[in-house]
Design a protein around this ligand. Structure first.
Ligand code: XMP
Length: 323
C-alpha cells in the first residue's frame, strides 16, 4: 500500500543499486519536480550526486537564494551554481519578439548547463553515468512511455560534452502525480516554499516583460511580482489560484499623477488564473480588497509603475503567459 515513506525507501534502494559507485548529475530549475527528484537521489547516493543550477538572472525575487541556501541546507546536496546573468542579458539585448526571446533563453541555457556538466565530468572521481530527471507520471503517459525506474536514452547535447556521451536516466518520480511529489518532498524535509511552489515558466521573467529585457526592467518586475505574491500569500489565496503571472508592459506608457507631479510610467498586469492542468484556465475572481492592496503597494513602492491592470481573459482565447 502507498505511503510516502514506502516510496522513498523503495526508490532509495533502487537508486543505490543502480548507481553503484558511479556518479550522477541533476539540473535544478527551482521547481518542485527537479528539487524532489534531486533530494531523493541525494538521500540514496549522497556525494555521488552533483546538482547544477543555472542562474539566468530571470528568476523572481528570492528564488535563487531558495535553491542556493534553503535547498542545500535541507538536503546537504553538492551544488554547482553558475551565475550567467550577464550572458543572458547580453544575448537578449535588443530583442522584443517573444519567440525570439524563448529561443535565445533556451539555447543559452543548454550551453551554460552543458558547460557545467562537462566541468563536473572532468573532475576527479568515478565516471558520471547518470542524469536525474524529475519526470512525473503524467509526462510518462503523455509520451507513451512504459514503467520502471530508469531507462536509457541518448541525451541530446549542443556543446561542451563529447558527441557520443549517453547518460542513463534516473527518473524516481515516474510513477507519481504532482500532489504525491509534493508529499514526498515534504517528507524529505524540503522547504515549504519549494514544495508548494506554483508553476513558473523556464524562460522566467524574460517572457513577462513585453518589450526588451533589461536588468533595470527585471529589477522593477521582481519588485512588483514580490508584492503580488506576498499579498496573495498573506490573504491565504495560494491554494485557490493556479498561478498569477505579473507582467510588465515595458513598451507602454500612460499618464498618471503622484505626489504633486504628473508621471508617465508603465503598467503592471496581474494575471491570476485558476486551472486544473494549464491547458485551459479561467481568470480568478480575486477579492477586491486584495487586488486593491496589491495595486496600492505596487504603485507606491515600484518606481516607474503608475498603473496596475487586471487581466480578465480565459484560456482560450488568452494564454496564461503574455508571451
Ligand atoms: P500558456 O502561457 O501556454 O502556459 O497558457 C501554460 C503553462 O505553462 C507555463 N509555461 C512554461 N513552462 N517553460 C515552462 O517550463 C516555458 O517555456 C513555458 N511557457 C509557459 C505557464 O507558466 C503555464 O503554467
Amino acid at each position: 500500500d502507498w505511503t510516502t515513506g514506502n516510496v522513498i525507501e523503495e526508490q532509495v534502494e533502487a537508486i543505490r543499486e543502480l548507481v553503484g559507485d558511479k556518479r550522477a548529475i541533476c539540473g535544478l530549475s527551482g521547481g518542485v519536480d527537479s528539487a524532489v527528484a534531486a533530494a531523493l537521489v541525494q538521500k540514496a547516493i549522497g556525494s555521488q550526486l552533483t546538482c547544477v543550477y543555472v542562474d539566468h538572472g530571470l528568476m523572481r525575487k528570492g528564488e535563487t537564494e531558495q535553491v542556493e541556501k534553503d535547498f542545500v541546507a535541507a538536503t546537504g546536496v553538492q551544488l554547482k551554481v553558475v551565475d550567467a546573468e550577464e550572458r543572458f542579458l547580453t544575448a537578449l539585448k535588443g530583442v522584443s519578439d517573444p519567440e525570439e526571446k524563448r529561443k535565445i533563453i533556451g539555447r543559452e541555457f543548454i550551453r551554460v548547463f552543458e558547460q557545467a556538466q562537462a566541468e563536473i565530468i572532468a573532475d576527479e572521481g568515478p565516471a558520471v553515468e547518470f542524469l536525474v530527471q524529475g519526470t512525473l507520471y503524467p509526462d510518462v503517459v503523455e509520451s507513451g512511455g512504459g514503467t520502471g525506474t530508469a531507462n536509457i536514452k541518448s541525451h541530446h547535447n549542443v556543446g561542451g560534452l563529447p558527441e557520443d556521451l549517453e547518460f542513463k536516466l534516473i527518473e524516481p518520480l515516474r510513477k507519481l502525480f504532482k500532489d504525491e511529489v509534493r508529499m514526498v518532498g515534504q517528507e524529505l524535509g524540503l522547504p515549504e516554499e519549494i514544495v508548494q511552489r506554483q508553476p513558473f515558466p523556464g524562460p522566467g521573467l524574460g517572457i513577462r516583460i513585453v518589450g526588451e529585457v533589461t536588468k533595470e526592467r527585471l529589477d522593477l518586475l521582481r519588485e512588483a511580482d514580490a508584492i503580488a505574491r506576498e499579498e496573495l500569500t498573506s490573504a491565504g489565496l495560494d491554494r485557490d489560484i493556479w498561478q498569477c503571472p505579473v507582467v510588465l508592459l515595458a513598451d507602454v506608457r500612460s499618464v498618471g499623477v503622484q505626489g504633486d507631479g504628473r508621471t508617465y510610467g508603465h503598467p503592471i498586469v496581474l494575471r491570476p488564473v485558476s486551472s486544473e492542468d494549464a491547458m485551459t484556465a479561467d481568470w480568478s475572481r480575486l477579492p477586491y480588497d486584495v487586488l486593491g492592496r496589491i495595486s496600492t503597494r505596487i504603485t507606491n513602492e515600484v518606481r516607474d509603475v503608475n498603473r496596475v491592470v487586471l487581466d480578465v481573459t480565459s484560456k482560450p482565447p488568452g494564454t496564461i503567459e503574455w508571451e
